[in-house]
Write a protein of this length. Structure first.
Length: 130
């Protein structure tokens, strides 16, 4: 199957497939499978890094250890995702309150009285780029 055909079947651009080949996520185009692309796409949507996806794909197709690696990645990632969900829910609640705010000025708005009501900024947060 040509790289264009694989791209069309997987919904990916050929340049993405070539990049995955270049960094070792996919074998050369002649052996590229749609299933492997599905694993890559699903892994990315689930928040896995390319290195984590590479580790999952390093095994042969029938390697039972690949499932164990998947479980290990999931167990490691779950607490991070749960923390992110909790933080997002707090921010959502604050933003909903801000959207309903009818205060005459920021100086009089109680939403800014207790900064502890919002979670700390995440590591690497840069207010200038937000």
């Amino acid at each position: 199957m040509t790289i264009g055909a694989v791209a069309a079947l997987s919904g990916r651009r050929p340049s993405s497939i070539r990049y995955y080949e270049q960094i070792g996520l996919l074998p050369p185009a002649a052996r590229t499978s749609v299933r492997t692309l599905a694993v890559i796409e699903t892994g990315q949507r689930a928040g896995l890094t390319l290195d984590e996806i590479r580790a999952l794909l390093a095994a042969s197709p029938d390697d039972q250890a690949a499932i164990e690696r998947l479980r290990e990645v999931a167990i490691r990632k779950l607490p991070q995702v749960k923390e992110l969900i909790e933080r997002t829910e707090i921010v959502r609640d604050w933003l909903e309150a801000a959207a309903r705010c009818e205060c005459p000025s920021l100086d009089e708005c109680p939403l800014f009285d207790d900064p502890a009501l919002l979670p700390q900024k995440p590591p690497g947060f840069d207010a200038a780029s937000a």
